[in-house]
Design a protein around this ligand. Structure first.
Ligand code: SAM
Ligand code: SF4
Ligand code: SF4
Length: 369
């Protein structure tokens, strides 16, 4: 299928709002709320803007080709900078950290970062929920060292079991077998509750919904079916390509009956469904057809230290500049509090009223999903 695609010009140095060093300081009490009463709970940290895949819906080759300039090393946050910022977010109530990218396992010595982050404790003094999303190709090599470093959980993206379909999507000839091998190595390394994410696109991989559900049900792994989103400006998104979660559920339910489950915690993004035979569960993430902005508790830190308050934002806030200017912890913490407390974002709820062409957004591979 030919996509009608506008090739955007993407600058590797993303413009960010500068931030003033605050004069008056605010303290952190682990309960930071925005203007809609949404409490900061998750921080997603992109550790690299590079990837060994060129998923057509995320980093299409026409845009992320040989001449694309990735962030220079000096722009990328060091592990020490990431940990320092994470600690400040945790003081504001963050309990969950997700490492992402690009492909996070491409970041050199990632295990060292994981070991450092795993030392952090939540405001209430408990262990953080430290997790990572990966395309799985490097897991066969790295699962054990990630586990040893203190990574608690793993989410692995896999969009099809049929090799030809998968290769067409990743567009660089990586096989399904490599990812399945990665999943099984991760299980052997002791990772429990592994989740598999599948982005469903009509006419591209929707015929894989049932095979994916069957395959992972038999192996006790939760698949989460994600509606294809209009993130970034380069993936040729059209509403017609979205398979609503309702339809995904109908298709699975007709063969393997499902029962609705309660969320694990308030604000959980995936809606949970159990197989009625008691053998496992699935999740659906309906970002397009059932926006969950009203409970959105996620902040995102880009590879170069810009803070994004929404996945669909155009501009971030330059925390790195402040950090490298020598701001104190108290000043950085105050800035985070000011930015979050002024937040009103609800893009998914208002998508249909926003004129696409006028709303430029950050790319998924930059901000990490
Ligand atoms: N490279 C890693 C991976 O693929 O798991 C981590 C980064 S990737 C950007 C994070 C997640 O975002 C993946 O599960 C990917 O499938 C998902 N994603 C990327 N573009 C998307 C889109 N347009 N709509 C929905 N999900 C998307
Ligand atoms: Fe890479 Fe993940 Fe984007 Fe695919 S979805 S191109 S694996 S960053
Ligand atoms: Fe959160 Fe923005 Fe997504 Fe709404 S659109 S759920 S505010 S990230």
């Amino acid at each position: 299928m030919l996509l009608e695609r506008t090739i955007p010009i993407i600058s590797p140095s993303h413009k960010a709002f500068p931030i003033e060093v605050p004069k008056q300081l605010l303290s952190a009490d682990g309960q930071l709320k925005d203007l809609r009463g949404r409490q900061l709970h998750d921080l997603r940290i992109s550790v690299t803007d590079r990837c060994n895949f060129r998923c057509t819906y995320c980093m299409p080759k026409e845009v992320f080709g040989k001449n694309y300039s990735y962030l220079p090393q000096a722009s990328v946050l060091s592990f020490e900078e990431i940990v320092r910022l994470s600690r400040l977010f945790v003081a504001h109530g963050v309990e969950k950290l997700r490492l992402t990218g690009g492909e996070p396992l491409l970041r050199k010595d990632l295990e060292r970062l994981i070991a450092m982050l795993s030392e952090l404790k939540t405001f209430a003094g408990k262990s953080l929920d430290l997790t990572l999303t990966t395309n799985g190709t490097l897991l066969a090599k790295k699962a054990q060292s990630l586990k040893n470093a203190g990574l608690a959980r793993l989410t692995i993206s896999l969009d099809a079991l049929e090799d030809a379909v998968f290769k067409k999507i990743n567009d660089v000839d990586h096989s399904v077998q490599e990812v399945l091998q990665g999943i099984s190595t991760a299980q052997t390394a002791g990772f429990k509750d592994i989740k598999v994410n599948m982005v469903v696109q009509r006419g591209i991989n929707d015929q894989e919904i049932l095979p994916m559900a069957r395959y992972f049900k038999a192996r006790g792994i939760i698949v989460r079916f994600i509606e294809f989103m209009d993130v970034g400006n380069s993936n040729g998104w059209k509403m017609d390509s979205v398979v609503p979660s309702r339809e995904v559920l109908q298709r699975i339910n007709s063969e393997m009956p499902l029962l609705n489950l309660q969320p694990n915690y308030p604000g959980e993004v995936a809606q949970r469904w159990a197989y009625a035979d008691g053998q496992g569960e699935i999740g659906v993430i309906s970002s397009v057809t059932q926006a969950f902005c009203n409970s959105c508790s996620r902040a995102r830190l880009s590879t170069e230290g810009q803070l994004y308050l929404c996945l669909f934002a155009h501009t971030g806030f330059d925390l790195r500049a402040l950090l490298r200017k020598g701001a104190s912890d108290a000043q950085l913490q105050t800035v985070i509090a000011q930015l979050w407390s002024q937040r009103r974002d609800n893009y998914s709820e208002s998508r249909s009223t926003i004129k696409g062409a006028n709303h430029r957004k950050i790319e998924m591979s930059y901000i990490g999903g």
